[in-house]
Design a protein around this ligand. Structure first.
Ligand code: ZN
Length: 77
């Protein structure tokens, strides 16, 4: 019995970023600079955060560099 795991990605949007990060359980890590861009591995902060999404149970961050935004769009297709 094999079933291919479907890639589960949810883009997350919220005006209340901090509240959302808290809800996702990543606010502390984020505030302490422990969250990195999924693609370029730069540390994510409030200034360079472009978007975040849930992949399985993990929260992924993407910075606002044009390269990473392009990769994100490809990735989400
Ligand atoms: Zn990046």
């Amino acid at each position: 019995m094999f079933r291919k795991e479907k890639k589960k990605i949810n883009l997350v949007y919220d005006d209340d970023l901090k509240g959302m990060l808290r809800k996702l359980g990543v606010l502390d890590d984020f505030a302490q600079g422990r969250k990195k861009c999924k693609f370029c591995k730069n540390i994510i902060n409030m200034k360079n955060l472009h978007s975040l999404f849930k992949e399985s149970e993990d929260v992924k961050f993407v910075c606002d560099s044009p390269e990473c935004i392009k990769k994100l769009l490809t990735y989400l297709k």
